[in-house]
Structure formats: C-alpha cells, structure tokens
Ligand binder design. Sequence first.
Ligand code: PLP
Length: 293
Amino acid sequence: MAVAVSVNGRITDGDHAVVSVFDNGFVFGEGVYEVLRTYGHQPFLYDEHIERLRHSAGMLGLPVPFTNDELLAQIRAVQAHAEGKEHYIRILLTRGVGEFSYDPASCPTPTVVIIVKPLAETPDSWYEAGTRVSLVSVTRNHPGSVNPRIKSNNLLNNALAMQEAIRKSSVEALMKNYRGELVECCQSNFFVVRDGAIHTAPLDAGLLAGITRAFVHTLAGELGIPSYERTLYEADLDTADETFTTNTTREIVPVVRIDDRVIGSGTPGPVTRRLIAAFRRHAAATSLHPAQA
Ligand code: PLP
C-alpha cells in the first residue's frame, strides 16, 4: 500500500480509512496535528514533535491518550504498511465523535489518526536557484483568537493565505500579524539574513514554534552564526542579504524573490547554503544512528 492509515489503531490503505462525519474534528475543525518526516525511515526530531503536539492539545484542553513510546510503536506499525523511500507522517488528534456540541464532555473519546505516505521530494531547483514567495494580504490569526502556537486542524487562515500565493505563482505565502509585523509563512517559518546573522520573528508575535526553526537556531550555534529572535518588518526585506523558510518536509528553502523584490544577489546566499549543508549532515547521521540524532 502506498499510503497506510491508522484510525484509532485500525490500519488500512488510504481509501478505506474512515472517520465519522460526527467527529468534532470534521464538524468544527476541533483538533491538532503534527507532520514529521523520516530520514532512513526514522522519524526525525520525534520527541520535539510530540512535545509540540501535547502543547497544542493542551491549549485546546484535549486529552492525549498515548505515551510517546506507545505512539511511536503505532507509527512504526503504520510505516510497515506504507511504501516510499522516505515517509511523510501526519498525526491527527481530534476531540472525537459528538453531537454538534461545543461541550468537551459530550466527546469523551478523542480520535487518533496516523497517516503515512511516501514523502514528496522537493525539487532540487528550489535549493539551487531559490524560490519566490508572496507577501499576502491575509493577516495571520490574532494570538487572542485562534493562537498560531496551536498546530490546529483548522487551517483556514493558512489555506486562504496560500490561495493568494498560488494566484501570484509563488510557492509560499508570507504573512503579517495584526500589528503589521512579518511573522511566518502559511507552511513554514521565515528568516532574514543580514551581515552574517540570522533573524526570525519571536514567538509572541503570533506564530507556530517550528521544530525546524528551533533546530536551525541550534545549527547556527554550532556553525558560529549569530541568531536572533526579533520583530521583523516589511522594510527588513529591502535590506536583507538572504531570506529562507524552514519546515519539516522541505527543511531550509532559500527565498530569492518576494513578489517583485529581489533579495540580495537573487541567488541562494552563503549563510543559507551553510545551514542547508549542516542540516543535511545531521539528517544523514540520523538515518544511520537514530539514537544519536
Ligand atoms: N509555520 C506554519 C504555519 C506551519 O504550518 C509550519 C509547518 O507546517 C511551520 C511554521 C514549520 O514548522 P515545522 O518546522 O515544525 O515543520
């Protein structure tokens, strides 16, 4: 089976994976998720992802009905049925089946879904020539509304932003927060490189605490590249030497154009390239020695 899915422990192919239409995850978007990828079939930064899943669930008051080890065993069982050189792993945890009620007590049993499918390769050209991103008009969710710290199954904010980017033929949508600061993209975090240092918006600007974002800070430390969390503005794009995005499936992606703005030299810069190389060294080590990663 190319795609394998577990719904509450029942493993099937993608076509036979079924969740009730009365699930609050479907009816209200009430649930959280994680996306991991593998290197050498080993889920990368597993503990970090599951810690974030617990944090997201906690922000919804959603119980997490497994230990990290139990979930990993389930993931491996689903992986055993899936095809692919490397795997994309999506874990969804929803409030469960209810009766159109917002009362959590009416949904006592959460739904747990694990989807494993072949990882879609990102084109080499994205890393070699860089990508184009659009700064979109859709505002990132206000943290006092649906907090972007929650990796929520309710992805309407992200979907609307990406639709705008697609209309502009871009591969990602860069968003501002309600204060007009640059925060993150709809599927990735965003970094600016200037004078050899990397800068990304702070978590309290209202963004997802990306696992790759945190890992890039660690890599920067190893490489002696200064890294800062600070408020970013649109004007920072005019003075940036380089920009890049980070996410789990695409790692570190150079951004050389933001709409009609050319960033720096218009090609992936040296800091981004060093970080990509360091990331890949770690990923390769993970696939050989998962316990040491
Ligand atoms: N920001 C948003 C809105 C995302 O959806 C994602 C990933 O999907 C990220 C950032 C990057 O997070 P991570 O590095 O954990 O994949």
